[in-house]
Design a protein around this ligand. Structure first.
Ligand code: PRP
Length: 285
């Protein structure tokens, strides 16, 4: 029976979340610390543990059918892959940064300057779009050190928390690209593999939806019930059950986590009590 081959990072920032997502999709895979390939036990999926920078090319060449990779790498490699799903983790940006205290009024200030980066293609496109001619100095790692050792006037590198820039006395000035982990697929996979991919995407979507939503339970006095329900956004309509104590009901619904914090004080003001917020594992609408 045909199996879908998925390429994921062998080591690095995407590995843990990629394996976590497969786990949350109830797909059992061995961790690839000592192996380059693993078979999922309960789903027709083979996992190839590859170097991050190789993944787009391997998917394009059909060595793997699908892959989990940062969007930044797709842009940099220029590989023609189908973007299937944004996965919500490994959010970062590719930014231009300059030494603290150095004046910077806009991208035009980089004219004639030396910029160190591991993303020469993306930076070149960005400079071209802004009609700025600058010298690109390609470094494969530790880019942030380049200005301090006299290698460059500015850098263009990935920023997540901003800690690395801060530690190296650099200040972020221009965002070149925003990125997150995405599921990508080779444009030419067989119909059987496409069916497996559809099942995988269905599971991933239900996990991702669940991550952004919470199940909420609260006790409401019956005379405030309608007003409390009006505040609660839900999947369809909340479940209302009578409590053993007369005059009170239990209200259950699903809401987006960030919305919950917006309405919590309103709920309490209307007399809601015993509010419980519970994680959801899978969500199928
Ligand atoms: C990336 C990037 C930066 C750092 C930014 O490197 O190249 O150096 O993360 O993250 P921060 O804003 O949270 O400090 P990573 O550690 O992923 O390894 P790499 O050098 O192999 O790219």
């Amino acid at each position: 029976m045909e199996r879908l081959k998925i390429a994921i990072q062998k080591s690095g920032r995407l590995l843990e979340d990629s394996l976590g997502l497969l786990h949350d999709c109830s797909i059992k895979v061995d961790n690839g610390r000592d192996q380059l390939r693993a078979q999922a036990k309960n789903f027709p999926l083979d996992v190839l543990y590859l170097r991050n920078s190789d993944i787009p090319q391997y998917v394009q060449d059909g060595v793997a059918d699908v892959g989990i990779v940062g969007e930044n790498l797709l842009v940099e490699t220029g590989c023609q892959l189908d973007k299937i799903l944004s996965l919500g983790f490994a959010k970062c940006r590719l930014s231009v940064a300059v030494p603290k205290g150095q004046s910077f009024t806009g991208i035009g200030d980089l004219l004639g300057k030396k910029i160190a980066t591991s993303y020469p293609n993306t930076l070149r496109q960005y400079l071209k779009k802004n009609a700025v001619e600058a010298e690109i100095h390609v470094i494969s790692g530790s880019v942030e050190i380049a200005p301090a050792i006299g290698l460059a006037d500015a850098i263009c590198d990935l920023v997540s928390s901003g800690n690395t820039l801060f530690q190296n006395n650099l200040v972020e000035k221009e965002v070149v690209l925003r990125s997150e982990a995405v599921l990508v697929a080779s444009p030419q996979i067989s119909t059987t593999k496409k069916n497996i991919l559809d099942q995988l995407v269905f599971r991933m979507e239900s996990v991702l939806k669940a991550q952004n939503n919470k199940y909420i339970l609260l006790n409401a006095p019956n005379d405030q019930l309608e007003e409390i329900i009006a505040i609660l956004p839900g999947m369809k309509s909340p479940t209302v059950l009578p409590l053993a104590m007369s005059g009170w009901s239990s209200v259950h619904t699903v809401i987006q986590e960030d919305k919950f914090w917006e309405i919590i004080h309103e709920l309490k003001a209307k007399g809601a009590q015993g509010i419980l917020v519970v994680p959801i594992q899978k969500m199928i609408i």
